[in-house]
Ligand binder design. Structure first.
Ligand SMILES: O=C(O)CCC(=O)C(=O)O
Ligand SMILES: [Fe+2]
Length: 266
């Protein structure tokens, strides 16, 4: 802690992993970020969480996990990771036909043990993209385990290839609007097996892949960091969205704003 953060130790994504992501809509990246760096991130995360007792429990999504949105804007280590050229290169490579990416949002996620009275439940199956005021769906999220996340602590699960079916509607808007309730046919697709993640392992999911997570059945919080990237050429549609409203973005123009930096790949 307190050491100046220059570069985050991130490994390159392989061709095999790229092929797997494109076919399935998600991929597991074991050992994506160096162990010492992840330990530092975890300590920083725990400090931030200590400063925010109680968390947030208002919207439907808050029943599934707590969020510290835009953590990279407040913490240099998380910023170094989110703005890592290696990570930007990975995102650019994974998304088909994309030359450069912008950072959309970073987030510290905490899923409290379900057994605690006020703990979190399962993360309902959903897509991320249907919320976005974007004219294309070239978007992905890197979900990094900040601590070991055994399967029964709530690592994500994915409907294989579900990103090929386009936007299937928003979830977390009303009761029972999870993707499976709205689209029971999704169950004809394979659901990824539950797996254990070690600290520093990540999964990456496409903005259109249907994903969710079970409740945390362990006795300590599940800690993860997410960074979401999208095609830098994406145009703003003007659809109402908390993050973009009032920023002065222009409809049918790129997201040319410091909140959505194009991340250099070298
Ligand atoms: O961590 C979770 O349980 C869900 C996270 C998620 O849906 C996302 O990062 O897109
Ligand atoms: Fe999601």
């Amino acid at each position: 802690m307190g050491v100046p953060v220059t570069q985050a130790p991130v490994r390159e994504v392989t061709e095999r992993e790229t092929a797997r992501f494109r076919a399935a809509g998600w991929v597991r990246l074991s050992g994506l970020v160096g162990a010492e760096f992840v330990t530092d991130l975890r300590e920083r995360a725990l400090e931030r969480l200590d400063e925010r007792p109680g968390g947030f429990r208002n919207a439907l999504v808050d029943r599934a996990f707590g969020q510290d949105r835009d953590i990279a804007r407040h913490d240099p280590a998380f910023a170094a990771l989110a703005l890592s050229p290696v990570l930007a290169r990975a995102a650019t490579r994974l998304l088909t036909g994309v030359d450069a990416v912008r950072l959309q949002v970073t987030n510290l996620l905490v899923k409290e043990p379900a057994a605690d009275g006020g703990g979190h439940g399962a993360t309902a199956f959903h897509q991320d993209f249907p919320w976005m005021p974007m004219d294309r769906a070239s978007m992905l999220t890197v979900w990094l385990a900040l601590d070991d996340v055994p399967a029964d602590m709530g690592a994500l699960r994915f409907y294989e290839g579900s990103h090929r079916y386009g936007p299937l509607g928003r979830s977390f808007v009303r009761e029972d609007d999870d993707a499976l309730s709205r689209h029971p046919w999704l169950e004809t697709l394979e659901l990824s097996e539950p797996f254990d993640l070690a600290a520093g392992d990540a999964t990456v999911h496409h903005g259109l892949v249907v994903h969710g997570a079970p409740a945390n059945r362990r006795d300590r919080p599940r800690l993860s960091f997410t960074a979401t990237y999208f095609d830098a050429a994406t145009l703003y549609t003007g659809a109402p969205y908390g993050q973009t409203d009032g920023l002065g973005l222009t409809v049918n123009e790129p997201f040319d704003h410091p909140r959505f930096p194009v991340v250099p790949t070298s």
